[in-house]
Ligand binder design. Structure first.
Ligand code: URA
Length: 196
């Protein structure tokens, strides 16, 4: 993580950061992944969403949230007037973990400097952690997602401070449709934060 931190700090643009990750060999996930899944959306966006890790479709296409979860995410965004031209989307790790397992703490730790640098370069007004893995990484907490979601906080990454919140992961909502009403509350609060 120390070497990764120094490396990431040297990237002065998102393109440079992406190129750096293409060459970076410090994360074992890269060995079995097809593509780097760096980000999608608008780097000028006021809102950045951070998921957990690429899945199969994402790995094949090199883009985050393009599978079933991504389709639900697009519908969630549309419900508050957003689409991929108005948001920026990344993941805690940019390579697919084999079999879609949760990335290990070591894998997350080595990739984290790159995510932090990405957040700094996008400098969104609002940051949304999608799901428990992303939330516990970004908010440095062991609190579970059911208690964490909807709780707004200020998050500082480098020299950028933003409003931040966690919500339920779309993959979870696909399994637990009844929880969509909670996600809807979070979406309305996100919409208000973007206006405020
Ligand atoms: N789930 C995630 O957390 N991220 C993706 O990019 C796709 C599915």
């Amino acid at each position: 993580p120390e070497a990764a931190r120094e490396l990431a700090a040297g990237a002065t643009s998102l393109d440079a950061l992406r190129a750096m990750l293409e060459r970076f060999d410090g994360c074992g996930l890269k060995l079995r992944a097809t593509n780097l899944v760096f980000a999608d959306g608008n780097p000028e966006a006021e809102i950045m969403l951070v998921g957990e890790a690429p899945g199969r479709e994402e790995d094949l296409q090199g883009k985050p949230f393009v599978g079933r979860s991504g389709q639900l995410l697009d519908r969630m965004l549309k419900a508050i007037g957003l689409d991929r031209t108005k948001v920026y989307i990344a993941n805690t790790v940019p390579w697919r973990p084999p079999g879609n397992r949760t990335p290990s703490p070591a894998e997350v730790a080595v990739c984290l400097p790159f995510l932090y640098r990405q957040i700094e370069l996008v400098a969104p007004k609002v940051l949304v952690a999608l799901g428990g893995a992303s939330a516990s990484t970004l908010f440095e907490t062991d609190t579970g997602i059911t208690r964490l979601r909807g709780q707004w906080r200020e998050l500082t990454v480098g020299n950028h401070t933003m409003r931040a919140v966690a919500t339920l992961h779309p993959a979870y909502l696909l399994r637990q449709p009844a929880a969509k009403k909670l996600a809807w509350q979070d979406l309305l609060a996100i919409q208000a934060a973007l206006r405020g």
